[in-house]
Design a binder for this molecule. Structure first.
Ligand SMILES: Cc1cc2nc3c(=O)[nH]c(=O)nc-3n(C[C@H](O)[C@H](O)[C@H](O)COP(=O)(O)OP(=O)(O)OC[C@H]3O[C@@H](n4cnc5c(N)ncnc54)[C@H](O)[C@@H]3O)c2cc1C
Length: 459
């Protein structure tokens, strides 16, 4: 198999590394890569993690060409795919047959392997939990090249360690997923304006199980907490006007691609302020309900491919934290205030409510462990994701935010991280030592390493 030299980074395009990359298309080829070298290896999907989790200065196994369906049960909505299969491939195939992904992140251009390894969450985390809850089982290739089946019954410690394990337990090869039934391709979306952090939090707490999706965009060019909240639910067939088909042939419009032309960031103080003001002005003053195709609700950013290029050569960082529900609502205001005082203006801010994480679900699993060996990010509380163009002064500011997040009992999402220190990481992820024991039990050597794992001294 050909190995090519590539300059690799995460979606934020910060700290690119010269890597040797191979593109296996069969499990046998993955095994050959593992057996053919003693060098550290990391798996990569579609590179949508923002930081350095899928980056290595040694060997990167890019699985995006290993994208096949192995089996499909349309009666029960169970699909088995290779790890490089993208969410878009799955949706294009299953939605016309009345099935949907029970959990999806904000882009469909990511792989199933990447979603398991980051244990991604969606707009329904407070109700459905994360991606891992719908993983029946997966096959993982560990350092010796053996393929181990992992699920709640078999190799269950390795199962948990791989969910959110950021590719450090091995290469995920096959994944079996449970899908959820839907009656149409549509989402009934309800939008409402919000005027403050307090109002936003209150609105999230008005639990409505009929609207399982909820997410807020916040204008973080001021610390007030003004913004817009979107609720959503899958539209039933009998709610559609007579002439509208539940599964029309028409697909989403071909997205535009941002060319790779910009040295300097187009995202700066002036454009950020303009974008946020216009977005707020455009939000409905009174609650407004519309019916939209699922891709408009779940994947607004996918309308513009390679939008990360707008940030120019220096790239951008997304800082996403979760803090417990008990945290005072003023916490988020203070975070944004500190950013603005330090001259760092977030270009985009997304706020969500999170339900129980894997660790908090422990009593529901039939398991003897006191803690589950997982590095999965979600836990009960509020999560805020802030995008910043990479400029001087950003990194010291983010280190100050880390301290505030730790004091509040929260943590930062590894799939978005490119700058945490080993010390702060350990405080945020206290399960690290039991996770490491499991990782070592199945891997004779520290084989799976990324720029992230080296920086955080995980392995
Ligand atoms: C626009 C946008 C919106 C997003 N919204 C959300 C969101 O709402 N919620 C959320 O949780 N995340 C979100 N993300 C982050 C994204 O969903 C995750 O980072 C996801 O892991 C990306 O998948 P990928 O295939 O691109 O993986 P990569 O970025 O290539 O890799 C991510 C991690 O998975 C590991 N990995 C990948 N494939 C394998 C494999 N086969 N075996 C073992 N390890 C593997 C890598 O080593 C790495 O550690 C968003 C990203 C973007 C760009």
């Amino acid at each position: 198999m050909k190995i090519v030299h590539q300059l690799l980074s995460g979606w934020g395009r910060v700290n690119p590394r010269d890597s040797r990359v191979c593109y296996p298309t069969t499990p046998f080829e993955i095994e050959k890569v593992l057996g053919g070298t003693n060098e550290p290896i990391i798996a990569r999907g579609l590179g949508r993690s923002y930081g350095d989790a899928a980056v290595s200065d040694a060997i990167t196994v890019n699985l995006s060409t290993f994208n096949f369906f192995q089996s499909w049960n349309p009666q029960h909505g169970i699909i088995r795919v290779s790890a490089g299969t993208s969410l878009k491939q799955i949706l294009d195939f299953v939605v016309p047959q009345g099935w949907f992904l029970p959990v999806t992140p904000g882009t469909q251009y990511c792989t199933v392997g990447g979603c398991v390894a980051a244990d991604v969450h969606g707009k329904n985390h407070h109700i459905q939990g994360s991606f891992s809850k719908f993983v029946h089982s997966f096959d993982l290739m560990c350092s010796g090249g053996s393929l181990l089946t992992c699920n709640l019954q078999t190799n269950s410690d390795l199962f948990f360690a791989t969910l959110g394990g950021m590719g450090l337990t091995g290469v995920i090869v096959w994944v079996e997923l449970q899908l959820t039934p839907v009656q149409t391709i549509y989402i009934t979306e309800r939008k409402r304006r919000i005027q403050s952090w307090e109002e936003c939090i209150e609105a999230f707490q008005e639990d409505n199980p009929n609207e399982p999706y909820a997410v807020a965009w916040v204008d973080a060019t001021t610390s007030i907490g003004k913004g817009e909240l979107w609720y959503g639910r899958h539209t039933n067939e009998d709610e559609l006007p007579k002439l509208v088909k539940p599964y029309p042939k028409k697909k989403s419009k071909e997205p535009w691609t941002v060319p790779n032309l910009f040295q300097n960031s187009l995202v700066n103080r002036r454009t950020i302020t303009l974008f946020n003001r216009l977005k707020y002005l455009n939000s409905p003053k009174r609650s407004q309900t519309t019916v939209v195709p699922y891709w408009e609700f779940f994947y607004p950013l996918d309308r513009l491919l390679e939008w990360n290029r707008l940030y120019g050569k220096s790239g951008f960082i997304q800082y996403q934290y979760v803090v417990p529900f008990e945290t005072n609502p003023t916490f988020h205001r203070q975070i944004v205030e500190l950013c603005l005082q330090n001259g760092q203006i977030p270009s985009l801010a997304v706020f969500k409510r999170m339900g129980k994480g894997i660790q908090e679900e422990l009593p529901t699993y039939d398991h003897s462990l006191k803690y589950l060996p997982t590095l999965s990010f979600p836990k009960q509380g509020w999560t805020l994701a802030l995008d910043f163009p990479m400029t001087n002064g950003l990194l010291p500011l983010l280190s100050r935010l880390d301290q505030m997040v730790i004091e509040a009992g929260g943590r930062v999402y590894l799939a978005k991280d490119v700058r945490l220190s080993p010390e702060t990481f350990r405080k945020m992820y206290p399960e690290l030592s039991i996770w490491k024991n499991v990782c070592r039990k199945y891997n004779d050597e520290i084989r799976f390493q990324s720029s992230l794992s080296k920086r955080l001294q995980i392995c």
